[in-house]
Design a protein around this ligand. Structure first.
Ligand code: M6R
Length: 611
Protein backbone atom coordinates (compact mmCIF):
# COMPACT_ATOMS: atom_id res chain seq x y z
CA UNK A 1 0.00 0.00 0.00
CA UNK A 2 1.24 3.46 -0.88
CA UNK A 3 1.51 5.70 2.15
CA UNK A 4 -0.89 8.57 1.84
CA UNK A 5 0.35 11.90 3.04
CA UNK A 6 -2.66 13.98 2.20
CA UNK A 7 -2.77 17.62 3.04
CA UNK A 8 -6.18 16.93 4.47
CA UNK A 9 -8.46 19.86 4.46
CA UNK A 10 -6.69 22.18 6.80
CA UNK A 11 -4.86 24.02 4.09
CA UNK A 12 -4.96 27.30 2.23
CA UNK A 13 -5.39 27.81 -1.52
CA UNK A 14 -4.79 30.91 -3.64
CA UNK A 15 -4.95 31.33 -7.41
CA UNK A 16 -4.71 34.34 -9.71
CA UNK A 17 -5.01 35.12 -13.40
CA UNK A 18 -5.03 38.65 -14.81
CA UNK A 19 -2.90 41.60 -15.88
CA UNK A 20 -0.69 41.90 -12.83
CA UNK A 21 2.45 39.98 -11.87
CA UNK A 22 1.16 36.83 -10.22
CA UNK A 23 4.08 36.03 -7.95
CA UNK A 24 3.62 38.79 -5.34
CA UNK A 25 -0.14 38.20 -5.26
CA UNK A 26 0.33 34.49 -4.63
CA UNK A 27 3.13 34.97 -2.12
CA UNK A 28 1.15 37.52 -0.13
CA UNK A 29 -1.98 35.41 -0.36
CA UNK A 30 -0.09 32.50 1.20
CA UNK A 31 1.06 34.73 4.06
CA UNK A 32 -2.56 35.71 4.67
CA UNK A 33 -3.63 32.08 4.55
CA UNK A 34 -0.89 30.79 6.77
CA UNK A 35 -3.28 30.47 9.70
CA UNK A 36 -4.85 27.54 7.83
CA UNK A 37 -1.58 25.63 7.85
CA UNK A 38 2.12 26.19 7.98
CA UNK A 39 3.89 22.87 7.52
CA UNK A 40 4.86 23.43 3.90
CA UNK A 41 3.95 25.71 1.02
CA UNK A 42 4.33 26.01 -2.73
CA UNK A 43 3.58 28.06 -5.82
CA UNK A 44 3.24 27.15 -9.52
CA UNK A 45 3.59 29.96 -12.06
CA UNK A 46 2.07 29.48 -15.49
CA UNK A 47 3.72 30.40 -18.78
CA UNK A 48 4.55 28.28 -21.82
CA UNK A 49 5.97 26.02 -19.12
CA UNK A 50 5.18 25.74 -15.44
CA UNK A 51 7.66 26.96 -12.82
CA UNK A 52 7.13 25.34 -9.44
CA UNK A 53 8.58 26.30 -6.04
CA UNK A 54 7.91 24.15 -2.96
CA UNK A 55 9.34 24.17 0.51
CA UNK A 56 8.64 22.51 3.84
CA UNK A 57 8.23 24.80 6.84
CA UNK A 58 6.47 28.13 7.20
CA UNK A 59 5.53 30.28 4.22
CA UNK A 60 8.61 32.43 4.90
CA UNK A 61 10.79 29.40 4.06
CA UNK A 62 9.13 29.22 0.64
CA UNK A 63 9.42 32.99 0.21
CA UNK A 64 13.17 32.78 0.84
CA UNK A 65 13.60 30.67 -2.32
CA UNK A 66 11.27 32.67 -4.58
CA UNK A 67 12.76 34.99 -7.24
CA UNK A 68 12.31 38.73 -6.70
CA UNK A 69 10.03 39.08 -9.69
CA UNK A 70 8.84 37.22 -12.76
CA UNK A 71 6.66 38.07 -15.77
CA UNK A 72 4.02 35.44 -15.03
CA UNK A 73 0.45 36.68 -14.92
CA UNK A 74 -1.11 33.44 -13.69
CA UNK A 75 -0.45 30.86 -11.00
CA UNK A 76 -1.61 28.90 -7.97
CA UNK A 77 -0.35 28.51 -4.41
CA UNK A 78 -0.96 26.39 -1.35
CA UNK A 79 -0.04 26.30 2.32
CA UNK A 80 -0.41 22.94 4.02
CA UNK A 81 -1.12 21.64 7.50
CA UNK A 82 -0.38 17.94 7.40
CA UNK A 83 -2.97 15.63 8.87
CA UNK A 84 -0.65 12.67 8.62
CA UNK A 85 2.77 12.06 7.08
CA UNK A 86 5.80 14.29 7.09
CA UNK A 87 5.69 17.88 5.84
CA UNK A 88 8.45 17.46 3.25
CA UNK A 89 9.28 19.50 0.14
CA UNK A 90 8.01 16.58 -2.01
CA UNK A 91 4.65 16.42 -0.26
CA UNK A 92 4.09 20.18 -0.51
CA UNK A 93 1.55 21.34 -3.09
CA UNK A 94 1.29 22.15 -6.01
CA UNK A 95 1.62 18.63 -7.39
CA UNK A 96 2.46 18.03 -11.03
CA UNK A 97 2.28 15.24 -13.58
CA UNK A 98 5.54 13.59 -14.71
CA UNK A 99 5.91 15.92 -17.71
CA UNK A 100 5.40 19.01 -15.51
CA UNK A 101 2.56 20.38 -17.69
CA UNK A 102 -0.22 20.19 -15.10
CA UNK A 103 -0.11 21.57 -11.54
CA UNK A 104 -2.78 21.04 -8.92
CA UNK A 105 -3.47 22.44 -5.45
CA UNK A 106 -5.98 20.53 -3.39
CA UNK A 107 -7.71 20.63 -0.02
CA UNK A 108 -9.48 17.44 0.98
CA UNK A 109 -8.89 13.72 0.69
CA UNK A 110 -9.17 11.59 -2.45
CA UNK A 111 -10.42 8.29 -1.13
CA UNK A 112 -9.86 6.20 -4.29
CA UNK A 113 -6.39 7.55 -5.03
CA UNK A 114 -4.77 4.13 -4.62
CA UNK A 115 -6.98 2.51 -7.25
CA UNK A 116 -6.36 5.45 -9.57
CA UNK A 117 -2.62 5.21 -9.08
CA UNK A 118 -2.67 1.54 -9.95
CA UNK A 119 -4.34 2.38 -13.27
CA UNK A 120 -1.56 4.76 -14.20
CA UNK A 121 0.89 1.96 -14.86
CA UNK A 122 4.40 3.18 -15.66
CA UNK A 123 3.92 6.65 -14.16
CA UNK A 124 6.47 7.69 -11.56
CA UNK A 125 5.00 9.40 -8.51
CA UNK A 126 7.27 11.82 -6.70
CA UNK A 127 5.19 12.36 -3.56
CA UNK A 128 3.24 10.26 -1.10
CA UNK A 129 0.11 12.36 -1.56
CA UNK A 130 -3.33 11.55 -2.84
CA UNK A 131 -3.29 14.84 -4.75
CA UNK A 132 -0.56 13.97 -7.22
CA UNK A 133 -2.76 11.39 -8.91
CA UNK A 134 -5.10 14.20 -10.01
CA UNK A 135 -2.34 15.90 -12.00
CA UNK A 136 -1.44 12.57 -13.59
CA UNK A 137 -5.06 11.89 -14.55
CA UNK A 138 -5.45 15.31 -16.17
CA UNK A 139 -2.22 14.84 -18.13
CA UNK A 140 -3.44 11.44 -19.32
CA UNK A 141 -6.64 13.06 -20.62
CA UNK A 142 -4.62 15.75 -22.40
CA UNK A 143 -2.46 13.04 -23.96
CA UNK A 144 -5.62 11.37 -25.16
CA UNK A 145 -6.52 14.56 -27.06
CA UNK A 146 -8.92 16.21 -24.61
CA UNK A 147 -9.07 20.01 -24.51
CA UNK A 148 -7.82 21.47 -21.18
CA UNK A 149 -11.24 22.10 -19.60
CA UNK A 150 -12.55 18.72 -20.71
CA UNK A 151 -9.40 17.02 -19.43
CA UNK A 152 -9.88 18.49 -15.96
CA UNK A 153 -13.59 17.64 -15.94
CA UNK A 154 -12.91 14.07 -16.99
CA UNK A 155 -10.27 13.65 -14.29
CA UNK A 156 -12.54 15.14 -11.62
CA UNK A 157 -15.28 12.71 -12.64
CA UNK A 158 -13.01 9.89 -11.52
CA UNK A 159 -12.46 11.25 -8.00
CA UNK A 160 -14.15 9.96 -4.86
CA UNK A 161 -13.74 11.97 -1.69
CA UNK A 162 -13.54 15.63 -0.85
CA UNK A 163 -11.80 18.36 -2.74
CA UNK A 164 -11.33 22.04 -3.26
CA UNK A 165 -9.20 21.91 -6.35
CA UNK A 166 -7.45 24.47 -8.54
CA UNK A 167 -5.58 23.44 -11.68
CA UNK A 168 -3.21 25.27 -13.99
CA UNK A 169 -1.82 23.91 -17.25
CA UNK A 170 1.30 25.10 -19.11
CA UNK A 171 0.47 27.33 -22.07
CA UNK A 172 -3.22 27.63 -21.10
CA UNK A 173 -4.44 31.09 -19.96
CA UNK A 174 -7.12 29.71 -17.71
CA UNK A 175 -7.36 28.28 -14.20
CA UNK A 176 -9.85 25.49 -13.51
CA UNK A 177 -11.47 25.00 -10.12
CA UNK A 178 -14.07 22.75 -8.61
CA UNK A 179 -15.14 21.63 -5.18
CA UNK A 180 -16.77 18.86 -3.22
CA UNK A 181 -17.16 19.42 0.54
CA UNK A 182 -14.23 21.84 0.69
CA UNK A 183 -14.74 25.57 0.30
CA UNK A 184 -13.57 27.72 -2.61
CA UNK A 185 -14.40 31.35 -3.27
CA UNK A 186 -13.71 33.48 -6.35
CA UNK A 187 -12.71 37.15 -6.04
CA UNK A 188 -13.55 39.53 -8.88
CA UNK A 189 -10.83 42.19 -9.18
CA UNK A 190 -10.50 45.08 -11.61
CA UNK A 191 -7.36 43.61 -13.11
CA UNK A 192 -7.78 39.93 -12.66
CA UNK A 193 -9.66 37.18 -10.94
CA UNK A 194 -8.68 35.39 -7.74
CA UNK A 195 -9.60 32.12 -6.13
CA UNK A 196 -9.05 31.14 -2.52
CA UNK A 197 -9.99 28.59 0.08
CA UNK A 198 -11.35 31.63 1.91
CA UNK A 199 -11.52 35.34 1.25
CA UNK A 200 -8.48 36.23 3.34
CA UNK A 201 -6.42 34.89 0.43
CA UNK A 202 -7.24 37.96 -1.64
CA UNK A 203 -9.21 40.34 0.59
CA UNK A 204 -6.78 43.21 0.00
CA UNK A 205 -7.49 43.09 -3.76
CA UNK A 206 -11.24 42.78 -3.89
CA UNK A 207 -14.35 42.41 -1.77
CA UNK A 208 -16.56 41.20 -4.64
CA UNK A 209 -16.84 37.47 -4.32
CA UNK A 210 -18.69 34.41 -5.63
CA UNK A 211 -18.84 31.28 -3.49
CA UNK A 212 -18.60 27.99 -5.37
CA UNK A 213 -21.14 25.28 -4.58
CA UNK A 214 -20.33 21.58 -4.46
CA UNK A 215 -20.05 20.31 -8.04
CA UNK A 216 -19.56 23.76 -9.59
CA UNK A 217 -16.86 24.03 -12.23
CA UNK A 218 -15.15 27.40 -12.55
CA UNK A 219 -13.01 28.67 -15.39
CA UNK A 220 -10.96 31.73 -14.45
CA UNK A 221 -9.30 33.82 -17.15
CA UNK A 222 -8.27 37.45 -17.55
CA UNK A 223 -11.85 38.04 -18.72
CA UNK A 224 -13.19 36.90 -15.35
CA UNK A 225 -15.13 33.90 -14.07
CA UNK A 226 -17.17 31.53 -16.18
CA UNK A 227 -19.19 29.28 -13.93
CA UNK A 228 -20.73 25.93 -14.87
CA UNK A 229 -23.37 24.24 -12.76
CA UNK A 230 -24.46 20.75 -13.79
CA UNK A 231 -22.56 21.30 -17.02
CA UNK A 232 -24.41 24.48 -18.03
CA UNK A 233 -22.97 28.00 -17.82
CA UNK A 234 -24.70 30.04 -15.11
CA UNK A 235 -24.43 33.69 -14.12
CA UNK A 236 -22.30 33.83 -10.94
CA UNK A 237 -23.87 35.54 -7.94
CA UNK A 238 -21.49 38.27 -6.81
CA UNK A 239 -21.62 39.36 -3.17
CA UNK A 240 -19.87 42.39 -1.73
CA UNK A 241 -18.18 41.58 1.57
CA UNK A 242 -18.57 44.03 4.40
CA UNK A 243 -15.06 43.36 5.66
CA UNK A 244 -12.69 46.29 5.31
CA UNK A 245 -9.83 45.87 2.86
CA UNK A 246 -7.20 45.87 5.60
CA UNK A 247 -9.21 43.77 8.00
CA UNK A 248 -6.84 40.84 7.61
CA UNK A 249 -3.71 42.85 8.29
CA UNK A 250 -2.12 43.49 11.66
CA UNK A 251 -2.73 47.27 11.67
CA UNK A 252 0.40 47.97 13.68
CA UNK A 253 -0.13 45.32 16.37
CA UNK A 254 2.66 42.81 16.95
CA UNK A 255 0.30 39.91 16.54
CA UNK A 256 -3.10 39.23 14.99
CA UNK A 257 -4.24 37.91 18.35
CA UNK A 258 -3.57 41.22 20.06
CA UNK A 259 -5.19 43.11 17.21
CA UNK A 260 -8.26 40.88 17.44
CA UNK A 261 -8.46 41.26 21.23
CA UNK A 262 -8.52 45.03 20.68
CA UNK A 263 -11.08 44.75 17.91
CA UNK A 264 -13.67 43.34 20.28
CA UNK A 265 -15.59 46.56 20.95
CA UNK A 266 -15.99 47.05 17.20
CA UNK A 267 -16.78 43.40 16.56
CA UNK A 268 -19.44 43.46 19.29
CA UNK A 269 -20.99 46.62 17.86
CA UNK A 270 -21.22 44.84 14.51
CA UNK A 271 -22.71 41.77 16.18
CA UNK A 272 -25.57 43.68 17.78
CA UNK A 273 -25.97 46.46 15.23
CA UNK A 274 -29.56 46.77 13.98
CA UNK A 275 -30.60 43.66 15.89
CA UNK A 276 -31.90 45.19 19.13
CA UNK A 277 -35.26 46.90 19.58
CA UNK A 278 -34.98 48.13 23.14
CA UNK A 279 -38.44 49.72 23.19
CA UNK A 280 -40.13 46.43 22.36
CA UNK A 281 -37.65 44.38 24.36
CA UNK A 282 -37.13 42.36 21.19
CA UNK A 283 -34.45 41.38 18.72
CA UNK A 284 -34.27 40.74 15.01
CA UNK A 285 -31.52 38.30 14.13
CA UNK A 286 -32.88 37.49 10.72
CA UNK A 287 -33.57 33.80 11.14
CA UNK A 288 -36.39 31.86 9.72
CA UNK A 289 -37.61 30.04 12.82
CA UNK A 290 -41.41 30.31 12.66
CA UNK A 291 -43.09 31.27 15.94
CA UNK A 292 -45.04 28.01 15.90
CA UNK A 293 -41.79 26.10 15.75
CA UNK A 294 -40.22 28.16 18.54
CA UNK A 295 -43.26 27.43 20.70
CA UNK A 296 -42.89 23.73 20.01
CA UNK A 297 -39.19 23.43 20.97
CA UNK A 298 -38.74 20.79 23.67
CA UNK A 299 -34.97 20.87 23.99
CA UNK A 300 -31.97 22.82 22.73
CA UNK A 301 -28.70 20.98 22.17
CA UNK A 302 -25.55 23.00 21.52
CA UNK A 303 -22.64 21.29 19.78
CA UNK A 304 -19.24 22.92 19.34
CA UNK A 305 -15.51 22.49 19.91
CA UNK A 306 -12.89 24.36 21.90
CA UNK A 307 -13.60 28.03 22.45
CA UNK A 308 -16.90 27.78 20.59
CA UNK A 309 -17.94 25.07 23.03
CA UNK A 310 -17.22 27.38 25.95
CA UNK A 311 -19.25 30.12 24.27
CA UNK A 312 -22.02 27.54 24.00
CA UNK A 313 -21.72 26.67 27.69
CA UNK A 314 -21.96 30.33 28.62
CA UNK A 315 -25.03 30.78 26.49
CA UNK A 316 -26.66 27.55 27.67
CA UNK A 317 -27.11 28.95 31.16
CA UNK A 318 -28.73 32.05 29.71
CA UNK A 319 -30.89 30.05 27.34
CA UNK A 320 -32.10 27.75 30.04
CA UNK A 321 -33.06 30.61 32.29
CA UNK A 322 -34.70 32.91 29.74
CA UNK A 323 -36.19 30.32 27.37
CA UNK A 324 -37.17 27.82 30.03
CA UNK A 325 -36.16 24.91 27.82
CA UNK A 326 -33.73 22.19 28.79
CA UNK A 327 -30.43 23.12 27.11
CA UNK A 328 -27.43 20.82 26.87
CA UNK A 329 -23.96 21.49 25.53
CA UNK A 330 -21.78 18.73 24.12
CA UNK A 331 -18.28 18.62 22.73
CA UNK A 332 -19.05 17.99 19.04
CA UNK A 333 -16.75 14.98 18.74
CA UNK A 334 -18.69 13.24 21.54
CA UNK A 335 -22.16 14.14 20.37
CA UNK A 336 -24.93 11.59 19.88
CA UNK A 337 -28.45 12.77 19.22
CA UNK A 338 -30.95 11.93 21.89
CA UNK A 339 -34.36 13.46 21.55
CA UNK A 340 -37.98 12.96 22.38
CA UNK A 341 -40.68 11.29 20.29
CA UNK A 342 -40.57 14.14 17.76
CA UNK A 343 -36.86 14.87 17.05
CA UNK A 344 -37.79 17.97 15.01
CA UNK A 345 -38.73 19.64 18.29
CA UNK A 346 -35.12 19.45 19.37
CA UNK A 347 -33.19 22.44 18.06
CA UNK A 348 -29.53 21.52 17.58
CA UNK A 349 -27.32 24.61 17.50
CA UNK A 350 -23.82 24.36 16.02
CA UNK A 351 -21.50 27.10 17.22
CA UNK A 352 -18.45 27.41 15.00
CA UNK A 353 -16.32 30.38 14.04
CA UNK A 354 -15.02 28.83 10.85
CA UNK A 355 -18.08 26.85 9.88
CA UNK A 356 -15.69 24.18 8.68
CA UNK A 357 -14.82 22.24 11.85
CA UNK A 358 -15.18 18.57 10.93
CA UNK A 359 -16.30 17.42 14.39
CA UNK A 360 -19.06 20.02 14.44
CA UNK A 361 -20.15 19.20 10.89
CA UNK A 362 -20.35 15.50 11.79
CA UNK A 363 -22.42 16.26 14.86
CA UNK A 364 -24.83 18.32 12.79
CA UNK A 365 -25.09 15.58 10.19
CA UNK A 366 -25.92 13.11 13.00
CA UNK A 367 -28.62 15.43 14.32
CA UNK A 368 -30.08 15.89 10.84
CA UNK A 369 -30.16 12.17 10.19
CA UNK A 370 -32.06 11.76 13.44
CA UNK A 371 -34.60 14.33 12.26
CA UNK A 372 -33.68 17.33 14.43
CA UNK A 373 -33.87 20.93 13.27
CA UNK A 374 -30.43 22.52 12.99
CA UNK A 375 -29.15 26.06 13.36
CA UNK A 376 -25.62 27.38 12.76
CA UNK A 377 -24.07 30.26 14.69
CA UNK A 378 -20.98 31.14 12.70
CA UNK A 379 -18.63 33.86 11.56
CA UNK A 380 -18.20 32.55 8.04
CA UNK A 381 -20.57 33.35 5.24
CA UNK A 382 -20.77 30.60 2.65
CA UNK A 383 -19.17 28.03 4.98
CA UNK A 384 -20.15 24.37 4.90
CA UNK A 385 -22.12 24.61 8.16
CA UNK A 386 -24.30 27.34 6.64
CA UNK A 387 -25.14 25.17 3.68
CA UNK A 388 -25.86 22.11 5.79
CA UNK A 389 -28.04 23.54 8.54
CA UNK A 390 -31.69 24.54 8.31
CA UNK A 391 -30.96 28.10 9.48
CA UNK A 392 -27.94 30.22 10.32
CA UNK A 393 -27.07 33.33 12.27
CA UNK A 394 -23.87 35.28 11.64
CA UNK A 395 -21.86 36.59 14.52
CA UNK A 396 -20.35 39.34 12.30
CA UNK A 397 -17.00 39.48 14.11
CA UNK A 398 -14.99 40.00 10.91
CA UNK A 399 -12.07 37.77 9.88
CA UNK A 400 -10.14 36.19 12.72
CA UNK A 401 -6.61 35.22 11.76
CA UNK A 402 -4.93 34.39 15.10
CA UNK A 403 -5.23 30.67 15.83
CA UNK A 404 -6.38 31.56 19.35
CA UNK A 405 -10.03 32.57 19.11
CA UNK A 406 -10.72 35.85 20.90
CA UNK A 407 -13.15 38.30 19.35
CA UNK A 408 -15.25 35.47 17.97
CA UNK A 409 -15.84 34.11 21.50
CA UNK A 410 -17.27 37.47 22.55
CA UNK A 411 -19.39 37.78 19.41
CA UNK A 412 -20.60 34.18 19.72
CA UNK A 413 -21.81 34.77 23.29
CA UNK A 414 -23.43 38.07 22.24
CA UNK A 415 -25.18 36.43 19.29
CA UNK A 416 -26.40 33.52 21.42
CA UNK A 417 -27.68 36.04 23.97
CA UNK A 418 -29.67 37.69 21.17
CA UNK A 419 -30.97 34.27 20.20
CA UNK A 420 -31.97 33.56 23.79
CA UNK A 421 -33.89 36.83 24.00
CA UNK A 422 -35.52 36.21 20.64
CA UNK A 423 -36.71 32.71 21.60
CA UNK A 424 -37.60 33.75 25.16
CA UNK A 425 -39.74 36.63 23.95
CA UNK A 426 -41.54 34.50 21.36
CA UNK A 427 -42.28 31.77 23.89
CA UNK A 428 -43.41 34.34 26.42
CA UNK A 429 -40.95 33.06 29.01
CA UNK A 430 -38.87 36.23 29.14
CA UNK A 431 -40.73 39.21 30.59
CA UNK A 432 -40.27 42.61 28.96
CA UNK A 433 -38.31 44.04 31.89
CA UNK A 434 -35.78 41.21 31.97
CA UNK A 435 -35.43 41.30 28.19
CA UNK A 436 -34.63 45.01 28.17
CA UNK A 437 -32.17 44.49 31.02
CA UNK A 438 -30.29 41.84 29.03
CA UNK A 439 -30.44 43.91 25.86
CA UNK A 440 -29.18 46.95 27.75
CA UNK A 441 -26.25 44.87 29.02
CA UNK A 442 -25.52 43.88 25.44
CA UNK A 443 -25.56 47.52 24.39
CA UNK A 444 -23.10 48.38 27.17
CA UNK A 445 -20.82 45.51 26.26
CA UNK A 446 -18.58 47.26 23.66
CA UNK A 447 -17.79 50.13 26.06
CA UNK A 448 -17.27 47.78 28.99
CA UNK A 449 -14.81 45.72 26.94
CA UNK A 450 -13.07 48.92 25.87
CA UNK A 451 -12.57 49.95 29.47
CA UNK A 452 -10.89 46.61 30.20
CA UNK A 453 -8.67 47.09 27.14
CA UNK A 454 -7.74 50.50 28.50
CA UNK A 455 -6.34 48.72 31.57
CA UNK A 456 -4.00 46.53 29.54
CA UNK A 457 -0.90 47.90 31.28
CA UNK A 458 -2.12 46.51 34.62
CA UNK A 459 -2.74 43.09 33.07
CA UNK A 460 0.67 43.10 31.43
CA UNK A 461 2.32 43.91 34.77
CA UNK A 462 0.45 40.99 36.39
CA UNK A 463 1.36 38.66 33.52
CA UNK A 464 5.03 39.69 33.78
CA UNK A 465 4.95 39.01 37.52
CA UNK A 466 3.64 35.46 37.19
CA UNK A 467 4.95 34.38 33.76
CA UNK A 468 7.54 32.05 35.29
CA UNK A 469 5.03 30.06 37.34
CA UNK A 470 4.79 26.28 37.02
CA UNK A 471 1.07 26.09 36.36
CA UNK A 472 -2.04 28.28 36.40
CA UNK A 473 -5.53 27.58 37.73
CA UNK A 474 -8.68 29.37 36.62
CA UNK A 475 -11.76 29.02 38.81
CA UNK A 476 -15.33 30.18 38.49
CA UNK A 477 -18.90 29.19 39.24
CA UNK A 478 -22.00 29.41 37.04
CA UNK A 479 -21.22 31.80 34.16
CA UNK A 480 -17.69 32.06 35.53
CA UNK A 481 -17.04 28.40 34.84
CA UNK A 482 -16.97 28.46 31.00
CA UNK A 483 -14.89 31.61 31.23
CA UNK A 484 -12.44 29.84 33.57
CA UNK A 485 -12.21 27.00 31.04
CA UNK A 486 -11.73 29.46 28.19
CA UNK A 487 -9.08 31.42 30.12
CA UNK A 488 -7.11 28.22 30.75
CA UNK A 489 -7.45 27.10 27.12
CA UNK A 490 -6.18 30.44 25.87
CA UNK A 491 -3.17 30.37 28.15
CA UNK A 492 -2.21 26.78 27.41
CA UNK A 493 -2.55 27.03 23.65
CA UNK A 494 -0.31 30.06 23.22
CA UNK A 495 2.07 29.92 26.22
CA UNK A 496 2.38 26.09 26.42
CA UNK A 497 2.10 26.44 30.20
CA UNK A 498 0.04 24.00 32.16
CA UNK A 499 -3.29 25.70 32.80
CA UNK A 500 -6.58 24.24 34.02
CA UNK A 501 -10.04 25.64 34.47
CA UNK A 502 -12.23 24.34 37.30
CA UNK A 503 -15.63 24.79 38.79
CA UNK A 504 -14.49 26.73 41.86
CA UNK A 505 -16.41 24.50 44.28
CA UNK A 506 -14.75 21.36 42.90
CA UNK A 507 -11.21 22.38 43.89
CA UNK A 508 -11.57 21.05 47.40
CA UNK A 509 -12.64 17.66 46.03
CA UNK A 510 -9.20 16.91 44.61
CA UNK A 511 -7.47 19.52 42.45
CA UNK A 512 -6.50 21.60 45.49
CA UNK A 513 -3.76 19.00 46.08
CA UNK A 514 -1.91 20.64 43.19
CA UNK A 515 -1.97 24.11 44.73
CA UNK A 516 1.37 25.53 45.88
CA UNK A 517 2.85 29.00 46.16
CA UNK A 518 3.92 28.70 42.51
CA UNK A 519 0.44 28.08 41.08
CA UNK A 520 -1.33 31.40 40.54
CA UNK A 521 -5.12 31.13 40.67
CA UNK A 522 -7.29 33.43 38.57
CA UNK A 523 -10.78 33.67 40.06
CA UNK A 524 -14.02 34.94 38.51
CA UNK A 525 -15.87 37.06 41.09
CA UNK A 526 -18.39 38.99 39.03
CA UNK A 527 -22.16 39.05 38.75
CA UNK A 528 -23.42 35.68 37.53
CA UNK A 529 -20.56 33.75 39.18
CA UNK A 530 -21.71 33.45 42.83
CA UNK A 531 -18.79 35.55 44.03
CA UNK A 532 -19.37 35.13 47.75
CA UNK A 533 -19.17 31.31 47.52
CA UNK A 534 -16.17 31.53 45.22
CA UNK A 535 -14.43 33.73 47.75
CA UNK A 536 -14.47 30.74 50.11
CA UNK A 537 -12.47 28.84 47.52
CA UNK A 538 -10.19 31.83 47.05
CA UNK A 539 -9.45 31.74 50.79
CA UNK A 540 -8.73 28.01 50.60
CA UNK A 541 -6.08 28.40 47.91
CA UNK A 542 -4.68 31.59 49.44
CA UNK A 543 -4.22 29.72 52.73
CA UNK A 544 -2.02 27.26 50.82
CA UNK A 545 0.18 30.02 49.52
CA UNK A 546 -1.23 30.42 46.00
CA UNK A 547 -1.18 33.95 44.64
CA UNK A 548 -4.74 34.92 43.63
CA UNK A 549 -5.75 37.29 40.86
CA UNK A 550 -9.41 38.19 41.22
CA UNK A 551 -11.62 39.49 38.44
CA UNK A 552 -14.31 41.26 40.40
CA UNK A 553 -17.22 43.54 39.69
CA UNK A 554 -16.24 47.22 39.75
CA UNK A 555 -16.99 49.02 42.97
CA UNK A 556 -17.26 45.81 45.01
CA UNK A 557 -13.78 45.58 46.48
CA UNK A 558 -13.79 41.86 47.11
CA UNK A 559 -11.32 40.46 49.53
CA UNK A 560 -8.04 40.82 51.27
CA UNK A 561 -7.29 37.27 50.01
CA UNK A 562 -6.65 38.69 46.54
CA UNK A 563 -3.07 39.53 45.62
CA UNK A 564 -4.25 41.41 42.55
CA UNK A 565 -7.73 42.69 41.78
CA UNK A 566 -8.79 43.54 38.24
CA UNK A 567 -12.10 45.29 38.22
CA UNK A 568 -14.85 44.49 35.75
CA UNK A 569 -17.37 47.15 34.71
CA UNK A 570 -20.94 46.38 35.72
CA UNK A 571 -22.79 44.71 32.85
CA UNK A 572 -25.02 42.21 34.67
CA UNK A 573 -24.96 38.67 33.32
CA UNK A 574 -22.40 39.66 30.69
CA UNK A 575 -19.74 40.63 33.26
CA UNK A 576 -17.96 37.26 33.01
CA UNK A 577 -17.68 37.84 29.26
CA UNK A 578 -16.08 41.21 29.92
CA UNK A 579 -13.76 39.62 32.51
CA UNK A 580 -12.68 37.17 29.83
CA UNK A 581 -10.93 40.05 28.03
CA UNK A 582 -8.57 40.31 31.02
CA UNK A 583 -7.85 36.59 30.65
CA UNK A 584 -7.14 36.99 26.93
CA UNK A 585 -4.69 39.82 27.65
CA UNK A 586 -3.14 37.81 30.49
CA UNK A 587 -2.57 34.80 28.20
CA UNK A 588 -1.19 37.04 25.48
CA UNK A 589 1.32 38.81 27.73
CA UNK A 590 2.49 35.62 29.45
CA UNK A 591 3.08 34.01 26.02
CA UNK A 592 4.69 37.14 24.63
CA UNK A 593 7.09 37.36 27.56
CA UNK A 594 8.12 33.80 26.81
CA UNK A 595 8.63 34.68 23.14
CA UNK A 596 6.06 32.14 21.90
CA UNK A 597 4.74 31.93 18.35
CA UNK A 598 1.46 33.55 19.35
CA UNK A 599 -0.40 33.62 16.05
CA UNK A 600 0.79 30.17 15.03
CA UNK A 601 1.11 28.06 18.16
CA UNK A 602 2.77 24.69 17.77
CA UNK A 603 0.61 21.74 16.70
CA UNK A 604 -2.48 23.90 16.15
CA UNK A 605 -4.37 25.12 13.11
CA UNK A 606 -7.11 27.71 12.91
CA UNK A 607 -9.57 25.51 11.17
CA UNK A 608 -9.66 21.88 12.28
CA UNK A 609 -11.27 20.13 9.35
CA UNK A 610 -10.42 16.55 10.24
CA UNK A 611 -12.16 14.41 12.85
O1 M6R B 1 -14.02 27.26 13.93
P1 M6R B 1 -14.55 26.68 15.21
O2 M6R B 1 -15.15 27.69 16.09
O3 M6R B 1 -15.48 25.52 14.98
O4 M6R B 1 -13.28 26.09 15.95
C1 M6R B 1 -13.40 25.35 17.12
C2 M6R B 1 -12.07 25.18 17.82
O5 M6R B 1 -11.17 24.49 17.00
C3 M6R B 1 -11.45 26.53 18.21
O6 M6R B 1 -12.32 27.29 18.99
C4 M6R B 1 -10.14 26.31 18.98
O7 M6R B 1 -10.41 25.74 20.23
C5 M6R B 1 -9.39 27.64 19.13
N1 M6R B 1 -8.04 27.50 18.67
C6 M6R B 1 -9.30 28.13 20.52
O8 M6R B 1 -8.60 29.31 20.63
Amino acid sequence: MVKQYGGGDMCGIIGYVGDRPALPILSRGLSNLEYRGYDSAGIALTGPELTVYKKSGEVSALQSILPKSTDHRQGIGHTRWSTHGPPTDENAHPHTDPSGRVAVVHNGIIENYEALREELVGNTFTSGTDTEVIAHLIAAELDGGAAPKAAVEAAVDRLDGTYGLVVTIAGVNELYATRQDSPLVVGHGTDGVFIGSDVTAFLEHTRDVSYLEDGDFAVLSEDGLTLYREGEPVEPVIERLEYEANAAEKSGYDHYMLKEIHEQPRALRQTISGRIDIDKGGVDIDIDLPDAYIDSIEEIQIVACGTSNYAGRYAASLLESVVDVRTTVEVASEYEFTGGRDPWRTLVVAVTQSGETADTLSAIRRAKRAGARTLAVTNTLGSTIVRETDDSVFIRAGPEIGVAATKTFASQVATLTLLAVSIGRTRGTLPYGEATELLESLRQLPNAVQSVLDREAAVKATADEYADSDAFFFIGRQLGRPVALEGALKLKEISYDHAEGFAAGELKHGPIALITESTPVLALLTTGTRPSETLNNVREVAARGAPVIGLATDSKGQSSSLDTELSVPETGMLEPLVANVYLQLFAYHVANKKGRSIDKPRNLAKSVTVE
